[in-house]
Design a protein around this ligand. Sequence first.
Ligand SMILES: Cc1ncc(COP(=O)(O)O)c(C=O)c1O
Length: 384
Amino acid sequence: MENRPAPSGERDPASIRSMPDLAPTLVDQLDTPSLLVDRDVLDRNIEAMGRQARERGVDLRPHFKTHKSVQIAQLQLQHGATGLTCATLGEARVLADAGVEDIFVAYPVWPGGPKKQLLRQLADQVTLSVGLDSTVSADALAGALGATPGSLRVLVEVDTGGHRTGVRPADAGALAVHAARLGLDVAGVFTHGGHSYGLGDAPQRAARDEVDGLAEAAAALRSNGVEPRVVSAGSTPTAMLSATGPVTEERPGTYVFGDRQQVAIGSCRDADVALTVASTVVSRAVPGQLVLDAGTKCLGRETQPWLEGYAEVVGWPSVRLERLNDHHGVATLHGAGDDAPGVGSVVQLVPNHVCPTVNLAQELVLTRAGEILDRWPVDARALV
Ligand SMILES: Cc1ncc(COP(=O)(O)O)c(C=O)c1O
């Protein structure tokens, strides 16, 4: 996956990672675009994160939004996860119905419309926690729970530098007291160091921010008479960097598959990328480019200032995916000429960000050594 320049028209072996070409027998069985998951790499990623969390003495609560697959959630639980994190109540319902008993919706849930009833049902069915960053939401959550507000755990979200959601760490105590007075079970505090997504020492700095901010927030709860049982941090780049001090739990998600962003940041290696998109070249009619059957309806449109294009074309650094329409991925041939993949060739893409890519797919095709092992549904696809 390195962006090394390749001699004109030649495949660059250095950028193929440890991934072999797709076996013709595999290609014959694929309906492209489709999402391939290397079972051995997947297992290794899940096992490694479980082991590292154990070694550092923190609970592991992986984020379900990356894979949205009940089978993968079960593998994570078998490898030591204490529960799952979700972004939506719809995802939580899928997990609860699959028998997962401890679920944290790490999001400022607003119990409007049908969500009110679902929140109540889930709080009855499983150990359910949700994120909280305002007194208005606390009032609404307690109202939704009616006579049993204590059946819902809340974690006060603190902003430790991502500047998306969350109160200032010093303000966490006052919000915790407000929620506790309403009868909600205030379990602790959490943060997401989203500003870890950057080059250089961004992950290290974000991890320090997470630890410092959570320590301040936990102290603010204590000084207001609320004991935090859970102090939860997490993103894939910071997962093990912030597993220290007051932090009791980590919530990485993307680590399970890896993606092009994670490789660029250095939080996973090429060989840790478990998911690729198999895509067919459907046109070479326009000189200087090729067109793939993977557009925004497969890959999403996520970019970063420090990544070129929308996905890595594995093995072809000189073929850059620079333009996406719904069903067309237009790649420019920077030096790769006649030898670049022709019409009908199937290539593998590593998406910039794997989570939205998975959310656009119906199934994951599990592979090992060029064979299809299984097909797993994306169970919670598009659920709000
Ligand atoms: C609240 C929260 N926790 C955990 C995660 C997992 O982070 P990552 O995708 O870096 O693994 C996310 C990702 O967006 C998140 O929003």
